[in-house]
Write a protein that binds this ligand. Structure first.
Ligand code: KMH
Ligand code: ZN
Length: 313
């Protein structure tokens, strides 16, 4: 069916994240109002899934504060059919307890789940910034040189049990390298992950696999071998690789992720002015390739989600 134009493609939009800093783009949503507005526009542009982080409205720093999340989650839910997916990865320096505070309270349809501990090098971003708007930004980027993004087997199992088994949350399994696919296979074998599961293969993060077409082929082949038809594949390319890998991955049968969390550029040297602009570009590419765009309810069916009426907000 891949490439036939029959299969609808799920577009995920990651609205603000915790990778980029405000000085990189004036268009990065920072306040709850901006995050909500940008998410809603992305949904209207065709994103079936909205992957959400929160930021401190005072200075744009990523925050796990459930009160800040709760100031925009219900607003978004009331105004869109799109699936709300809350990060459990959080941002640099957050403890697991902090990262899970909002997901445990909100019990959303989906959460991200990062499938291994790793280096997560954001320090090269420093080379592209001349003036910093906020005093935390430069030190935060620099300290990623010595930072380990912690996702141990115990952490992953805890999340699978507490959010998955107890609250019916389904996951966007974030796989930054082939080893993460094997970690996922371990939990599948133990019966803690049940099909159809959503595998977000991530390319081009420093600390993970690269963004070369060969890397995408390797991840796809490995996932096919480990999971057969039990998984729903999605592609996330960081930065300037986003559109290339989305195009290649969609042709190969994948779903796609875009958004300012992963890429702040619409084209060469041109900042994306909104998440909707990125989603609209992805939708244009997919439609040119004769793909249909999955509606939120089609995404719910494909991923067997519990439904928006079964969440805690
Ligand atoms: N920032 C992305 C590369 C998470 O939120 O749990 C991966 C991500 C992680 O979205
Ligand atoms: Zn994220």
């Amino acid at each position: 069916m891949a490439g036939s134009g029959i299969r609808p493609v799920i577009v995920t939009c990651a609205v603000t994240g915790a990778v980029h800093v405000p000085s990189q783009s004036p268009y990065l949503p920072l306040t709850p109002e901006q995050i909500a507005q940008s998410a809603l526009e992305a949904g209207e542009a065709g994103a079936a899934i909205l992957h959400l982080h929160a930021r401190n409205p005072e200075n744009g720093k990523p925050t796990p504060d459930p009160d800040i999340f709760m100031s925009f989650l219900p607003h978004i839910k009331e105004r869109t059919e799109s699936v709300i997916n809350i990060t459990t990865g959080g941002g640099q320096g957050m403890t697991l307890e902090q990262r899970l505070a909002t997901p445990m309270r909100a019990k959303p349809e989906m959460c991200s789940l990062n499938m291994g501990s790793m280096n997560f090098g954001r320090f090269p971003i420093k080379d592209r910034i001349k003036d910093y708007t906020y005093d935390w930004e430069e030190a935060d980027l620099e300290s990623s040189r010595d930072y380990i993004f912690r996702n141990t087997y115990a952490d992953i199992e805890y999340i699978l049990r507490e959010l998955g088994e107890t609250h019916g949350v389904r996951f966007e399994f974030e796989c930054y390298d082939a080893s993460h696919l094997y970690n996922l296979a371990h939990f599948v074998d133990r019966g803690l992950v049940k099909p159809p599961f959503f595998v977000q293969t991530i390319f081009g993060i420093l600390g993970g696999i690269g963004p070369h077409p060969e890397d995408l082929l390797h991840m796809k082949r490995t996932a096919d071998r480990l999971f057969g038809n039990d998984y729903v594949w999605s592609i996330l390319g960081a930065g300037r690789h986003q559109m290339n890998l989305i195009t290649m991955g969609a042709i190969m049968g994948g779903n796609v992720r875009t958004g300012l969390e992963d890429n702040i550029y619409l084209g060469k040297g041109e900042l994306a002015q909104s998440n909707a602009d990125l989603v609209a570009k992805v939708v244009r590419i997919l439609k040119e390739l004769s793909f249909d765009i999955a509606t939120p309810d089609q995404a719910r069916e494909m991923l067997q989600l519990k439904g928006a009426h079964n969440v805690g907000f």
